[in-house]
Ligand binder design. Structure first.
Ligand code: PEP
Length: 249
């Protein structure tokens, strides 16, 4: 039985004042029956951890370096995230693949470092609009999975997020059949590579313009175990609406 997960990615949004939203989310979800994760900017990790202490909300990072320490100005190691209170780290988000030219092998190295440190890794995969229109979606997802998911992955330390690039922050969402096709494909690939036990235990999130109004339909799709949410995770009321839909799914 996979535990459902609602994960919020705040990206480069929020100073200390944004912690009021986290406080409000805590109040809105006093005893959640699903896992809730908020990934704030690194500057808020420590403070966010204090805000959610003793609640059902966990805190995560948005990236980490593949090395454990060293001369990497501006970067953070997995151990540092853990030390600041993170349980999880998002890796291979399409914005990092684009803005920082991250390749699958970079993401795999970061995922290894995260898992070695004891963090869960949410590894993001997803196609561009051009790739979807050229009917290459499953090839792209398969290649990203082979390249960026490390061999040491288990149902405990790996979460895969399917995030079509063209759906992120655009208000456009694939059809439910399209989401189901990709999630079934990801599940089958995981089972083939890691065996049925592990393959069936990895949680699969959908991400891309999830809102309170479309969440219930998306959560009813096969092999969707939750969502990775950008914009709608910034406001407690919106994210709580998505969490409610997940709890009822
Ligand atoms: C994301 O960036 O991971 C994301 C899914 O963003 P949004 O929900 O805003 O589309």
């Amino acid at each position: 039985m996979r535990r459902k997960l609602a994960a919020g990615n705040w990206k480069m949004n929020g100073t200390g004042a944004a912690l009021n939203e986290l406080e409000a989310l805590r109040t809105a979800c006093p005893a959640p029956s699903v896992d809730i994760l908020i990934c704030p900017p690194a500057t808020l990790l420590d403070r966010a951890t204090r805000v959610v202490a003793g609640s059902g909300i966990a805190i995560g990072g948005q990236d980490c370096h593949a090395a454990t320490s060293g001369a990497h100005t501006g970067d953070l190691s997995a151990d540092m995230l853990l030390d600041a209170g993170a349980s999880t780290v998002i890796l291979g988000h399409s914005e990092r693949r684009e803005d920082h030219a991250e390749q699958n092998e970079d993401i795999r190295a970061k995922a290894r470092a995260a898992m070695d440190a004891g963090l869960k890794a949410i590894i993001c995969v997803g196609e561009s609009l051009e790739q979807r229109e050229a009917a290459n979606t499953l090839d792209i997802i398969g290649g990203q999975m082979s390249g960026s998911i490390p061999d040491q992955s288990t149902g405990e330390n790996l979460i895969v997020a399917y995030e079509p690039i063209w759906a992120i922050g655009t208000g456009k969402v694939p059809t439910l059949d399209e989401i189901g096709e990709v999630h079934d494909f990801i599940r089958a690939r995981l089972e083939r590579r890691f065996g049925e036990g592990v393959g069936r235990s990895v949680r699969l999130l959908y991400g891309g313009s999830v809102k309170p109004g479309n969440a219930a339909d998306i959560f009813a799709v096969s092999n969707v175990d939750g969502a990775l949410v950008g914009g709608a995770s910034l406001k407690a009321a919106d994210f709580a609406g998505i969490i409610d839909a997940l709890q009822e799914a």
